[in-house]
Design a protein. Structure first.
Ligand SMILES: Nc1nc2c(ncn2[C@@H]2O[C@H](COP(=O)(O)OP(=O)(O)O)[C@@H](O)[C@H]2O)c(=O)[nH]1
Ligand SMILES: [Mg+2]
Length: 231
């Protein structure tokens, strides 16, 4: 007890340290098993599952693909994804609005062995909490959908700051929502100058060929290193 008359314990720091230890275990597992993990994050309804189905279709001829579907309670997305031929586990997070590294490690433990070469974690729909937790993924991929507005990076800066790549989904609706792509990019690049930005439509398929090609190259590069191969 200090002179304020009560104890002050920084629980947040403890949570972060524990999460960091589990994230390290996730990275070691991916390294050992030769797998690439994508942490897919977005608001509810932005198009995570729709994008995921297109990504599975594009990658499944080239890599084995697995999915971890995180949801507070439901399992509709797991069924949709299963129909696209990916090995899938459903993770119920209960009252938690995000996945942390410990839950991710548990999810990886539930996937078939050998682990799929590409594993996508569809995180809980939320732009705040998932941004705060490093789950040990190789890539943080976020989706902003056109109806959410080109000023969303200003409202939820952390998500845009920590992501490696960003998809702007639902570009088929751009005219209706008066979405300004240049303004959006300016807002994002102020926070994260190096972020990769890919405008797509999971509905029409526009933009997916270029995006999935770049994604496959990135995955291949990492997996080659994990297999100890040099180019
Ligand atoms: N117009 C349009 N609708 C989309 C697109 N992508 C997803 N949707 C619709 O948006 C809704 C939410 O998509 P879903 O993939 O379930 O989002 P999630 O909650 O982020 O997983 C569904 O009704 C989809 O059909 C798109 O590119 N264009
Ligand atoms: Mg979904």
């Amino acid at each position: 007890m200090d002179n304020k008359g009560f104890d002050l314990i920084e629980v947040r720091a403890g949570i972060e340290a524990e999460n960091g230890r589990y994230a390290l275990l996730v990275r070691e597992l991916l390294e050992r098993e030769g797998a690439f993990l994508i942490n897919l994050m977005a608001s509810p309804g932005a198009g995570k599952t729709s994008v995921l189905c297109r990504v599975i279709d594009a990658l499944k001829g080239r890599f084995s693909v697995g999915v971890m579907e995180a949801d507070m309670d439901a399992d509709v997305d797991a069924r949709t994804v299963r129909e696209h031929g990916a090995d899938v586990v459903q993770l119920h997070t209960g009252t938690s609005c995000h996945m942390d590294a410990k839950m991710t490690l548990e999810g990886l433990g539930a996937l078939k062995r050998p682990l799929p070469e590409v594993i996508v974690l569809e995180n809980v729909g939320n732009l705040v909490c998932p941004a705060e937790f490093d789950v040990g993924a190789d890539m943080r991929l976020m989706i902003l959908s056109v109806p959410e507005g080109d000023d969303k990076p200003l409202k939820y800066p952390l998500m845009f700051t920590v992501s490696d790549w960003m998809l702007i989904n639902k570009i088929d609706t751009a005219a209706i929502f008066d979405f300004d792509f240049e303004r959006c990019e300016r807002n994002v690049r102020t926070l994260n100058p190096d972020i990769g930005i890919f405008p797509v439509s999971a509905k029409t398929g526009e933009g997916f060929a270029g995006f999935t090609e770049r994604l496959a190259e990135r995955i291949e590069e990492t997996l080659r290193k994990r297999r100890g191969e040099t180019r």
